[in-house]
Design a protein around this ligand. Structure first.
Ligand code: ADP
Length: 273
């Protein structure tokens, strides 16, 4: 009898082992496909600017350009191409760190309004070029949140830069902070730009997804901006949603944890600690 029981449990164990191995192989296959697709995307992304740079350098090497001004123009364009490559590599580095879990979050308490101000200052030139007005609406002087300041600055930068890139001339961008609930603030970045068709909204945060590939590349995009945003917020256990009315504009809303009020001595002693 005990032999039958032993045999049955052994059989169950073997079956479980086989099942586990099958799952492991499946997951390895998924990862391998993911890696292949990622590598394919990367080389594709790097190729375009590399060809551009090479084109300008070859022309200069051929020595056909006698005019000093034209030579300088070509060098400037080549240098812009290199900048673009550096930008893509920086984004790739960031997404790899985020996706492999190699990114440590440095949570601290900070005033979100100051970070918004920093970002608005940084993007001012870009906005002015398209005569886009950037408005910030915040409920209080200090909106204290608990998050990784540098990463949240990146989130805001990516969203606002997108609103400029896909915004119309003479448009506007509204950044507003509101109380979401007792524990969180919601931050909204709204533009009246080209908008996004509803069918594309679910894919927006996928890496390398672009509605209009050539339009995005022309604007210097890597197709990774929103994927980075999503990963950073996920690492914070926060949410982001996108809504849009095609041809009228887009709105991105995300949440951030409020700074927890510090326990005063009085409450501490009441708790008998
Ligand atoms: P990219 O580098 O192409 O801008 P992102 O990941 O930042 O990559 O954005 C993905 C795509 O989503 C963009 O190519 C663009 O088509 C669309 N998109 C992002 N933000 C906006 C916006 N504010 N208005 C319209 N389209 C947007």
């Amino acid at each position: 009898d005990s032999i039958t029981t032993d045999m049955a449990s052994l059989k169950a164990e073997v079956e479980k082992f086989a099942q586990d191995k099958k799952l492991e192989i499946e997951s390895l296959k998924v990862r391998e496909n993911f890696r292949k697709e990622f590598m394919g995307n990367i080389s594709h992304e790097l190729k375009t600017p590399l060809f551009t740079v090479q084109g300008y350098i070859m022309t200069l090497l051929d020595g056909a350009i006698k005019d000093k001004k034209v030579r300088k123009k070509y060098l400037k364009r080549a240098s812009k191409g290199v900048d673009r490559l550096l930008y893509i590599v920086k984004d790739l580095d960031m997404i790899t760190k985020l996706e492999t879990g190699d990114m440590t979050l440095f949570r601290e308490d900070f005033n979100l309004n100051e970070v918004i101000e920093n970002v608005v200052e940084l993007i001012e030139m870009k906005a002015t070029k398209k005569n886009i007005e950037v408005e910030v609406i915040s409920p209080e002087d200090a909106v204290m949140v608990s998050a990784d300041q540098e990463r949240i600055q990146q989130v805001l930068t990516n969203l606002i830069v997108n609103s400029i890139k896909y915004g119309n001339r003479d448009g506007y961008i509204k950044v507003s902070v509101e109380e979401f609930n007792e524990d969180k603030y919601s931050i909204k970045v709204q533009d009246n730009g080209i908008g996004i068709e509803e069918e594309n909204l679910p894919r927006l945060f996928e890496r390398f997804f672009r509605v209009d590939k050539s339009g995005s590349r022309k604007e210097g995009g890597s197709g990774l901006g929103l994927a980075i945003v999503k990963h950073i917020l996920e690492a914070h256990e926060e949410q982001i949603t996108a809504t849009s009315s095609f041809g009228e504009g887009s709105t991105f809303i995300f949440t951030l944890q409020k700074t927890k009020p510090t326990t005063t001595k009085e409450t501490t002693s009441k708790l008998g600690l």
